[in-house]
Design a protein around this ligand. Structure first.
Ligand code: ARG
Length: 252
């Protein structure tokens, strides 16, 4: 019995050491990185005409994988379950995901690869134009996003949470909502499809703060984080990053 206990403790200690500092990265020895995303967020991720996840984030993470000598397999899932799947179902997540203090409690983030802000999508004739005018409104958001967190704080708001941002936009078009709060680039993409009916206002005028997008990885996996950061840095230096911005986002 004592022996068994000793063996158990030894195994536990080794396991503990493996997750501690100086340990191997969680993807060491793996040829393929399993990367989670939520392909409902154009131009960062969407399902293309062939039915495959595509977009800026997808191209970026494939390029990161290449620099790390690994291939990339994309797992399309709900945005809300990405963070809790990191380290189990997926090795990392890229999903236009904003670095927040809350998320940092459970995952580690790479250096930021993009800066954004929440936008407010409105019917063209809407008079909503300030934080105070959002009060008591019916606000649509994608569940578990920073837009959801912001909307939930607005006094008197009724927040409808959707699995897909586009479904919120459809309910706005059908007059079931007064506005949708979602990140800048998807907001612009959705509004461009309905430019007669909808407009998008910059969240800066509502006092929303800038947000930094980063790749989320298992907590404490410093080796993986630094490998991903070096890859990102190389992609900035060799011009790939700018090329991808130009191809998918079309600005800067
Ligand atoms: N930036 C926002 C957040 O981190 C929204 C991200 C939504 N991304 C997605 N692929 N659906 O909460």
């Amino acid at each position: 019995m004592k022996k068994l206990l000793a063996v158990c403790m030894c195994v536990m200690l080794t396991a503990g050491m493996l997750t501690g500092c100086g340990s191997k990265s969680s993807v060491a020895g793996k040829d393929t990185l399993i990367v989670g995303t939520n392909a409902e967020f154009p131009p960062f991720e969407y399902v293309n005409d062939s039915g495959d996840p595509d977009g800026f984030d997808i191209a970026l993470i494939k390029a990161v994988g290449e620099k790390m000598g690994k291939s990339v397999e994309i797992q399309n899932m709900e945005f809300d379950s990405l963070v809790s799947s990191i380290g189990s179902k997926i090795d990392m997540a890229i999903a236009g995901m904003t670095v927040t203090e809350e998320r940092e409690k459970t995952v580690d983030f790479s250096d930021s690869y993009y800066t954004a802000v929440q936008y407010v999508i409105l019917p063209v004739a809407s008079e909503i134009n300030s934080y105070d005018s959002l009060q008591n409104c019916r606000i649509g958001v994608q569940m578990g996003t920073t837009g959801d967190f912001i909307a939930s704080e607005v006094a008197g708001s009724t927040v409808s949470r959707y699995n897909k941002g586009v479904d919120a936009v459809n309910d706005l078009l059908n007059d079931r909502l007064d506005c949708v709060i979602i990140d800048k680039n998807p907001a612009e993409t959705f509004v461009s499809i309905h430019s007669e009916e909808l407009k998008a206002l910059d969240g800066a005028q509502f006092g929303f703060e800038e947000e930094a997008y980063a790749i989320a990885m298992p907590n404490g996996d410093t080796q993986l984080v630094s490998a991903v950061n070096s890859a990102l840095e190389e992609l900035r230096k060799d011009g790939t990053y700018d090329e991808l911005v130009k191809k998918y986002i079309g600005e800067e």
